[in-house]
Design a protein around this ligand. Structure first.
Ligand code: NAG
Ligand code: NAG
Ligand code: NAG
Ligand code: NAG
Ligand code: NAG
Ligand code: NAG
Ligand code: NAG
Ligand code: NAG
Ligand code: NAG
Length: 464
């Protein structure tokens, strides 16, 4: 199975176009941040197949160029994929997006090259989340790719950065943030990068589901092993309990797969992106048949810690997962649902998800230093390469800034060189908020006004 999101982003015949969506209440999207990168008007729009309200990226970034795809290269992808922001200048360019610290977000970045630059050459580049490598974007085809991660921000903003690695100009089509419930998807440590999310037993000719079928706008892909499986479904709705943090879509949970041969196990074998990494999986079950017999099953293998026996509840959702991460031991993963000996019916599975644990080790610069230098950046409208975190990673430290990395919790700014930067106006008092700064060079600018007292603390001070 492929991990690209092509199907869900296509406007295909099987994808219900519900005209009700055009008047969809935006209350449902509370907390959604939906950014159409490179969209060239200030106003937003409601995307017509999902009803999602997309806005331009103009207020989230101050570098890059907006480009449109030719309609003939859009291949019926949804509207946010019709434009990109590309970054021919600078090694690292970053979006800064306000979030609520401590809340859990699903962050998704989408890329459709579509020959926007007329070069007919697909680039490869890196995607960073704050100072850490999130993933490499290697588009193998002219189809789209999405990268997704479940992340709890430590600050009231996140930086999503595109990093040029010398293999072409980075670009991005769309950025989406979806708030998740704190109690869902809880790794012991780290963040969870998307590997797969499948609706098993999906109805024929459906390619997948997202918002508004899923109020959390997860992408559910169709997984059907047509040779070995039988599809079961119910016309009843299967709603998540209001306190279920996973809030699964009824349309996904009301279909299930079972085995054709009643004595077989239901087995799903998937290759993993990194065989050395650790993973979490979430298996979602609901009985869809009103039974006068018994269906009792186990989940075997490491993915859920040999769970069972259990009977899926009629029209009611169970999510099964191991609270510890598992590793594949260098092999493909084998998710196996087996019937209990005394079960009269074969096992079922409605949906499953797999995520890979990402450990982000680079710390962001001290918050007070970031606030102070950000203020200096906006006051003097400084261009340079001042993108993303000022000190981290060390490789991308801001031009003219020197940092101390001894405090592993957060690097500190210790020196600032703003000489010959065309600064005008008064010397900003916020420089004094760089509490650890020992060296300041403001020479060869047109700064006016009195020299503030706080400058006396600098050992190496060049002001004039
Ligand atoms: C879309 O959402 C933005 C904020 O995310 C809001 O400012 C704007 O009014 C919304 N657009 C419409 C048409 O509701
Ligand atoms: C983000 O938050 C900061 C600080 O609260 C605020 O100054 C800024 O205007 C916000 N940016 C956007 C794009 O809303
Ligand atoms: C989630 O947890 C964080 C910290 O644990 C807390 O600050 C935040 O309010 C919680 N959010 C919700 C929606 O419960
Ligand atoms: C699925 O689509 C194919 C080709 O478009 C069509 O022939 C078939 O009848 C469809 N099946 C169902 C169950 O709608
Ligand atoms: C029990 O289920 C079987 C198979 O679904 C069905 O043939 C039979 O009529 C059912 N019996 C009762 C009492 O519902
Ligand atoms: C997957 O695991 C099940 C149960 O342990 C086993 O029967 C099946 O052969 C395995 N499949 C593969 C391809 O390893
Ligand atoms: C079926 O077997 C399991 C153990 O495999 C046991 O826990 C359960 O009680 C049995 N159920 C019935 C109805 O016999
Ligand atoms: C400072 O300003 C003066 C007059 O506005 C201008 O002639 C001069 O070139 C400026 N110097 C620098 C270094 O920008
Ligand atoms: C001050 O400048 C001297 C000479 O340029 C340099 O050796 C020293 O490291 C500087 N001190 C600080 C705190 O930057």
């Amino acid at each position: 199975m492929s991990w690209t999101s092509k199907q869900l982003l296509f406007l295909v015949a099987g994808f219900a176009l519900n005209l009700m969506l055009l008047v969809h209440s935006q209350d449902d999207q509370s907390g959604f941040i939906s950014i159409d990168c490179g969209f060239q008007r200030d106003s937003g729009y409601f995307e017509k197949t999902t009803g999602i309200n997309y806005t331009s990226d103009a207020t989230f970034i101050d570098t890059g160029e907006s480009k449109s795809l030719l309609p003939s290269n859009m291949n019926n992808y949804q509207q946010p994929y019709g434009s990109v922001r590309s970054f021919p200048e600078g090694a690292r360019n970053c979006y800064k997006i306000n979030v609520t610290r401590g809340n859990k977000y699903l962050i998704r970045a989408g890329f459709l090259y579509g020959n926007y630059d007329g070069q007919d050459k697909i680039p490869e580049f890196e995607l960073h989340l704050g100072p850490n490598l999130w993933d490499t974007v290697s588009l193998e085809t002219y189809e789209s790719t999405t990268k997704e991660i479940i992340y709890v921000p430590l600050r009231n903003y996140i930086h999503v950065c595109l990093v040029n690695t010398g293999s072409g100009v980075p670009f991005i089509s769309v950025l989406e943030l979806r708030p998740l419930h704190n109690a869902s998807y809880q790794p012991k440590t780290g963040s969870l990068a998307f590997v797969s999310r499948y609706d098993t037993g999906q109805r024929p000719n459906r390619t997948g589901y997202r918002y508004p079928d899923d109020i959390l706008d997860r992408f559910w892909y169709a997984y059907d092993d047509l040779d070995d499986w039988t599809q079961l479904n119910t016309l009843s709705t299967i709603n998540s309990e209001s306190d279920d943090p996973y809030q699964l879509p009824s349309v996904v949970m009301s279909t299930a797969s079972t085995t054709k041969n009643p004595s077989d196990s239901l087995s799903i074998v998937l290759s993993l992106p990194d065989k050395d990494a650790e993973y979490y999986s979430y298996l979602h079950f609901a009985e869809v048949e009103k039974l006068n017999q018994s269906r009792l099953q186990y989940v075997l293998g490491d993915v859920a810690g040999n769970f069972g026996p259990f009977a899926p509840q009629y029209l009611s959702i169970n999510t099964i997962y191991d609270t510890n991460a598992w590793s594949s031991g260098g092999k493909d993963v084998n998710i196996s649902i087996t019937r209990a000996e005394n079960s009269t019916l074969p096992p079922i599975l409605n949906a499953f998800e797999i995520y890979m644990v990402k450990h982000f080790v680079e710390a962001e610069t001290n918050q007070g230093d970031v606030d102070a230098i950000s203020y200096i950046k906006s006051t003097y409208k400084i261009k340079r390469n001042w993108q993303g975190d000022p000190c981290a990673p060390q490789h991308f430290v801001w031009e003219g800034v020197k940092c101390n990395y001894q405090d592993l919790e957060s690097p500190r700014i210790i020196s600032l060189d703003l000489s010959s930067s065309g600064l005008t106006g008064e010397i900003a008092a916020s420089i004094s908020n760089l509490a650890m700064i020992r060296s300041l060079d403001l020479s060869n600018n047109n700064l006016t006004g009195p020299i503030p007292d706080f400058l006396s603390k600098f050992q190496n001070l060049t002001v004039l």
